[in-house]
Design a binder for this molecule. Structure first.
Ligand code: HEC
Length: 145
């Protein structure tokens, strides 16, 4: 019984730390990135100004398999967007334009937190791309249609 209590306490602590961390990333994303990148599945794609996060992360994860690499990529891209580095398909850049550098809007440290949160939460479980099914999604762009 005692051990169980202890384990419960440890579990709760971990959960709290995790939640705090996640909220930090979420609120940073909200203030720094969400103006352009929506975090839910868009009901009206014609109003989008940038690919939704779930699409972005799906493609980031196709290219970068470890969290470390993915976080490094996202942080670097947000400060220095370049078409040659993009994991989005060229037609996305054509449609939305290249992402404007977020230099001055967000720091490297904040980006670590944001990118880590993005990696942990997107794409949401069961996400299969926008529209069509899984499998054929490779290379369809950040916002798969
Ligand atoms: C002013 C609008 C705007 C803001 C603010 C913005 N983005 Fe973007 N972002 C875009 C657009 C447009 C694209 C798609 C074109 C591209 O890939 O450059 C994009 C693409 C991306 C991509 C995919 C890059 C790729 O490989 O093509 C990542 C990662 C990303 N954004 C991260 C972020 C993060 C992190 C933030 C917040 C710090 C952020 N963005 C804020 C407009 C924005």
């Amino acid at each position: 019984m005692k051990l169980q209590k202890k384990l419960f306490a440890i579990g709760t602590t971990l959960l709290l730390t995790n939640t705090l961390y996640a909220q930090d990333g979420a609120s940073l994303f909200d203030t720094k990135c969400a103006a352009c990148h929506v975090t839910s599945r868009p009901s009206d794609k014609s109003t989008l100004v940038a690919p939704p996060v779930m699409g972005v992360m799906r493609h980031v994860k196709m290219r970068y398999t470890s969290k470390e690499e993915a976080v490094a990529f996202i942080s670097a891209y947000a400060l220095n967007p370049e078409a040659s580095k993009a994991v989005c398909m060229p037609q996305k850049i054509k449609r939305f334009g290249l992402m404007p550098s977020q230099k001055g809007n967000v720091t490297k440290e904040e980006l670590q937190t944001i990118a880590s949160w993005m990696y942990d939460n997107f794409p949401p479980q069961g996400f299969q791309g926008m529209g069509r099914g899984q499998g054929k999604g490779q290379g369809k762009g950040c916002q798969t249609r």
